[in-house]
Design a protein around this ligand. Sequence first.
Ligand SMILES: [Zn+2]
Length: 160
Amino acid sequence: MKLPDFTDFEPFNNLREQMGAELWALDETFNEQLHISLSEKALLTSDYMAVSLDQLSRDVDYRLRYKNANVVLIDENIFHLAACQNVLKKQGIQKVSWEVTNEMVCMQCLHQMNFDGVNLQKSRRQVHNQTVFDNFNLQKYWQNYPNFPLKSHYIALKTD
Ligand SMILES: [Zn+2]
């Protein structure tokens, strides 16, 4: 039996556009190389995952990714949102999660992403930078930048 190709079906495409849905989401089947599994999702939500640095990648705006999810990398007292200069210096196994406990956001990451205009190179932004840093809340951040599922497009963390 020949199935109709719904990607050429106009009403379907219009509906998809209205929904803002990407085509890949409809036909991409689960691939453990690219997609986080349910158990990985559970770990990211309730605890953390130990991954090697080369399993991580980043988005165009430097946000850290593990497969098709944005994650934070938990350091000693801070957590990283982005592939900042400190993350790029790291080696070996790292903790990634969607949750943090007492760690503070990394200021270099805010700078790297130009998050809410944070720019450490402009001294007149010092007060503004500090305000953004003080008010940063990871839960709120995920609400504004949903961490999952992301499109398959991503960039290698280290390009060498
Ligand atoms: Zn950082």
